[in-house]
Ligand binder design. Structure first.
Ligand code: ADP
Length: 171
């Protein structure tokens, strides 16, 4: 994952081809990163989302980016942390579904927030490991496809955790 970047700041400022939204199942907008993305994209984003029929946990749907610098938004729904083994599976699936969708749309750069680590309560040390492993496994399986990944961190402690975790990554 030598081309992955860890950035501290607001994902709505990213100029990647697409940014990932940590959405909820109804895709109706909310707080945290979801609210920030909707505010920055403008009201057309909510209109397009309303026509998508929601999204299941671990899955992903794509919309345009409207007023964002990013051309597209990939909306994925992280698990609400419960302490069950399914949490990790679902969180990894969010990253894989988003990367698959970016590839299916021919996109070449993608920015992820730290899915589920806000209101959904996922402990960020665990969530970071899952995010980095899921992306690194996907990149290993999709070596033929160049897709640059940025991890956007909204706090110093999450930023530090990503730096540490990426250092200890197999690929
Ligand atoms: P979830 O419901 O999946 O937990 P949240 O939006 O509550 O989603 O939080 C997910 C992560 O996104 C948290 O680590 C939070 O600090 C971070 N975050 C919030 N706003 C932004 C932003 N504008 N850019 C990047 N990350 C953000």
């Amino acid at each position: 994952m030598k081309d992955a970047r860890v950035l501290l700041g607001d994902i709505t400022q990213s100029d990647c081809d697409c940014i990932v939204n940590a959405a909820n199942k109804s895709l109706s907008g909310g707080g945290g990163v979801d609210g920030a993305i909707h505010r920055a994209a403008g009201p057309e984003l909510a209109k397009e989302c309303a026509a998508l029929g929601g999204c299941e946990t671990g899955e992903a749907k794509i919309t345009k980016g409207y007023r964002l610098k990013a051309k597209y938004v990939i909306h994925t729904v992280g698990p609400i942390y419960s302490g069950s083994p399914d949490d990790a599976k679902m969180l990894a699936k969010c990253y894989v579904s988003s990367l698959d969708l970016a590839k299916a749309n021919g996109l070449r750069s993608i920015a992820f927030p730290s899915v589920s680590t806000g209101v959904y309560g996922y402990p960020f040390e665990k969530a970071t490991r899952i995010a980095v492993d899921a992306v690194s496994d996907w990149k290993e399986k999709n070596k033929d496809y160049a897709l640059r990944v940025d991890f956007y961190c909204f706090s110093e402690r999450i930023y530090a955790q990503y730096i540490l975790t990426l250092k200890n990554t197999k690929y």
